[in-house]
Write a protein that binds this ligand. Structure first.
Ligand code: NAD
Length: 520
């Protein structure tokens, strides 16, 4: 991608070919986008949840019918293997719509709540209401999944959407096509192309909420800008995910899990495995088997053996600046004494960085604390449970983690002790494979949750409602304040916190004595 004041061009990262040029909108066009979004909002809001899902069902059908074309668009702009585009970009959108088709009406319906005895005669409930036009800003690593997932959720909850894709992988025109025949009101989903200046200009139009996925640096800038207008912000940021492997593990499965968890999407995954901690008795064997498995991956046409091979195992890196960052981190680690077990240098003339395994990491190395976001993973040994937990938690990030052991109780204990938004036991990147599970981070990995029931609530105003009768009586707590009323209310508090039959009886008795204050 090359930016200039009059637009930017999008290239295929594998071949370098120019795909198309994009022109960001000017201020009047951005104003018009928000005018349309505001006009569309009440129309989306007033659709029942089932009506919204019927429209999303058409989106699902379109995606299914055109999945090969979507895979091709994603592959062309990201350089990832086709199977990854199919499985981790296209399928999650279909699965999420299916999950909401089955569950959204139940999740979003009014929910009656218990009303305590001191509020006798009244009814309580929670209801979920759409927010307004929401702004969704996405990164380049999963341009389809990380766009469609929040858009689907926001629409199912009844909002209109203004969406800004990454300037590096805009998939220009694709989302417009997908939503064109869904039967949604005009302006319900609008795509605005541009870089961070465009993102900032969209925030300045005061959307009802900002849903941001990207780096923690950009997340901070967005939170600061949103603070002036108190715009609610959800941040889905980076990670430095730990994988903790105990000595009683099934080693071949753990090695394969580490390989896929660290290398899928060339490690350009917010939840990719970046730090592996292995119990010291098996650490040497783990490193040797993982290194060998990494070297067996097919990373270029020259080492692609099988005739039925669909694609390479490892794609290229999507953006040159990200590859530079990975190279700098590896060089820094080597200079400060780390060992490169395999990989370590890009294939000349390409954006392919081979699977890289590093040991001997120390805290002064950039790779120790910074997100790498590339096909590089570190292995560090640990002695026992307490040390494993301390190492896993020694990070400013807390997005996802995994714990591997043949002892379910040990694995449960460690999984609970790791400060993270998502954790898998004896698996990697698995929580995000289930649309029913909310996704989000702790610490510098962000705030808020999407997907699952929480996703719909994230895009809703959670409204509490208490309903009383239009009776001729007033509440005992209303004016006037007298000494006798004070005494009775004090007794009522004691009775209501006593509990049991005695508490119930006393509450009713004091309530009856208070009722003389209820005449208007
Ligand atoms: P980025 O932060 O550079 O950009 C993300 C998006 O934000 C882009 O659309 C960009 O144009 C926009 N943007 C940047 N600065 C902005 C600003 N000040 N105002 C408004 N918009 C702005 O991130 P990236 O390089 O595209 O993505 C990589 C990062 O995303 C990694 O850190 C990765 O871990 C993270 N990520 C997180 C998740 C998650 O779900 N937690 C998922 C994928 C990627």
């Amino acid at each position: 991608m090359a930016e200039s004041h009059d637009g930017f061009s999008v290239h295929n990262p594998r071949t370098g070919a120019l795909l198309y040029r994009v022109t960001p909108p000017g201020a009047p066009e951005i104003d018009a986008v928000f005018e349309r979004a505001h006009r569309a909002f009440p129309q989306v809001r007033d659709l029942s949840v089932r009506e919204r899902l019927a429209r999303l069902g058409r989106v699902k059908d379109w995606i299914q019918a055109n999945k090969e074309a979507i895979v091709q668009r994603v592959v062309d702009e990201t350089g990832k293997p086709r199977i990854e585009a199919l499985m981790t970009e296209v399928f999650p959108a279909l699965d999420l719509i299916q999950y909401y088709e089955k569950n959204a009406a139940r999740i979003l319906r009014d929910q009656p709540q218990p009303t305590p005895l001191v509020l006798m005669g009244k009814k309580s409930r929670i209801q979920y209401e759409p927010l307004g036009p929401v702004l969704i800003i996405s990164p380049w690593n999963y341009p389809f999944n990380l766009s469609m997932t929040p858009i689907i959720t926001a629409l199912a909850a009844g909002n209109s959407v203004v969406f800004k894709p990454s300037e590096h992988t805009p998939l220009q025109g694709l989302l417009e096509e997908i939503f064109a025949d869904a039967g949604l009101p005009e302006g319900a989903v609008q795509v605005v192309y541009g870089g961070k200046e465009t993102g900032s200009a969209l925030i300045a139009r005061k959307p009802a909420k900002i849903f941001f996925t990207g780096s923690d640096a950009a997340g901070r800038a967005i939170l600061k800008q949103a603070a002036d207008d108190l715009i609610p912000v959800e941040l889905e940021l980076g990670g430095k995910d730990p994988m903790v492997v105990f000595e009683d593990v099934c080693l071949p499965r753990a090695v394969q899990g580490a390989l896929w968890g660290a290398m899928t999407n060339s490690g350009q995954t917010c939840t990719s495995v970046e730090r592996i901690f292995v119990q010291d008795r098996i650490a040497e064997q783990f490193v040797s088997e993982l290194g060998a498995a990494m070297e067996r991956l097919t990373i270029s046409r020259e080492n692609a053996p099988a005739a039925d091979r669909l694609d390479l195992d490892l794609g290229c890196m999507t953006a040159e600046f990200q590859l530079d960052k990975v190279e700098r981190q590896v060089e820094d680690a080597v200079q400060k004494g780390a060992t490169v077990v395999c990989g370590g240098q890009r294939i000349p003339g390409t954006r392919v960085f081979p699977p890289t395994l590093i040991t001997g990491v120390t805290p002064e190395m950039a790779i120790h604390g910074e997100e790498t976001f590339g096909p590089v993973v570190t292995v560090t040994p640990f002695a026992g449970e307490a040390e494993a937990i301390a190492l896993a938690n020694d990070s400013r990030f807390g997005l996802s983690a995994s714990v591997w052991s043949g002892d379910p109780e040990l694995a449960e204990r460690v999984a609970r002790a790791i400060v993270t938004g998502n954790v898998s036991i004896n698996n990697v990147l698995a929580t995000q494979g289930n649309s029913a599970l909310p996704f989000g981070g702790t610490k510098h990995s962000g705030m808020g949750r999407y997907k699952g029931p929480h996703g719909l609530y994230s895009f809703s105003n959670v409204k509490s409602v208490l309903v009383d009768k239009n009776s001729g009586r007033k509440e005992p707590i209303w004016y006037p304040y007298t000494a006798e009323k004070y005494k009775l209310i004090s007794d009522l508090i004691d009775a209501s916190v006593t509990g049991g039959l005695r508490g119930l009886l006393n509450t009713v008795l004091v309530g009856l004595r208070l009722s003389k204050f209820m005449k208007p």
